[in-house]
Design a protein around this ligand. Structure first.
Ligand code: PGA
Length: 269
């Protein structure tokens, strides 16, 4: 077992409250800056029925039209980002209130691409979470270490820092969903042609560690906090990942852009 996870040894899900989502998993398709409004509307028509909670994190400009078409389906909508500000002179930003008006029930926060390319800080991520909670939108807090931090055995420290900062001043942490997304496992950050997710062992250990941190930060509310895994989830590995009792669902990037692979993932559990 990786040394940085040694303290997770012996921590059972019974102690931490087990899976927060019962038998139902939450699967979030992160479309990033892909597709078109026309294709997105064709796409959602073909999403298969499932017992799982299916969420599409779509580009802002698709949300309005998509929400109209999703009313009858049980599929939920998510923003991919939100402003840390409530309203006012913030050119180019979209507020939590606006996301609510567009029908979003979830919103990604602190995705590694936002942290890396747009230099989002832990403080801003915390402000975004507080904005979303005001409007009863569930923040999906993305966190995880990069390859060099992992090599230096800093995973634990990095996640702890991200988690602590993100939860500052949050009174209802059970409204937040955590997405553990080790940056080295996200398909677009991998240089090799063959993309790999984290191993099942890595995922289990990291999720247990996060749950343990949540228990120390949020006490008994930690039980209800869902932890998703993201990073090269695809139809080949989704069943074994989603069947882990430590995993409450998946955040899927590349594989969510093809209807056949998204449907296979949704149906894999
Ligand atoms: P991936 O992306 O599934 O293509 O690795 C996941 C993400 O970036 O959220």
């Amino acid at each position: 077992m990786n040394k940085q996870f040694m303290s997770a040894r012996g921590l059972t899900l019974a102690k931490t409250g087990g899976s927060a989502f019962g038998g139902k998993k939450i699967i979030i398709a992160n479309w990033k800056m892909n597709l078109s409004i026309k294709r997105s509307l064709e796409f959602i028509k073909k999403i298969t029925k499932s017992k799982n909670e299916v969420v599409i994190a779509a580009p802002f400009t698709f949300l309005c039209e998509m929400s109209r078409h999703l009313k009858k389906k049980k599929i939920k909508l998510a923003g991919q980002n939100v402003s840390q500000f409530g309203a006012g002179a913030y050119t180019g930003d979209i507020s939590a209130k606006m996301l609510k008006e567009e029908g979003c029930s979830y919103c990604l926060v602190g995705h590694s691409e936002r942290r890396i390319y747009f230099k989002e800080t832990d403080k801003e991520i915390n402000q975004k979470i507080l904005q979303l909670l005001r409007y009863k939108i569930k923040p999906v807090l993305c966190l995880g270490e990069n390859a060099s931090q992992r090599a230096k055995k800093q995973t634990n420290k990095i996640i702890q820092k991200q988690l602590k900062a993100a939860l500052k001043g949050v009174k209802n942490p059970q409204e937040i969903i955590i997405a553990y997304e080790p940056i080295w496992a996200i398909s677009t950050f991998q240089k090799s042609k063959i993309k790999r997710s984290a191993s099942l062992k890595d995922i289990k250990e990291a999720h247990l560690m996060i749950k343990k941190m949540l228990v120390s930060l949020c006490k008994n509310k930690a039980r209800q906090i869902k932890i998703l895994y993201g990073g090269t989830v695809n139809p080949q590995n989704s069943q074994e990942i989603l069947n882990l009792k430590e995993v409450d669902g998946a955040l899927v990037g590349g594989a969510s852009l093809k209807i056949s692979s998204l449907n296979a993932i949704i149906k894999s559990t």
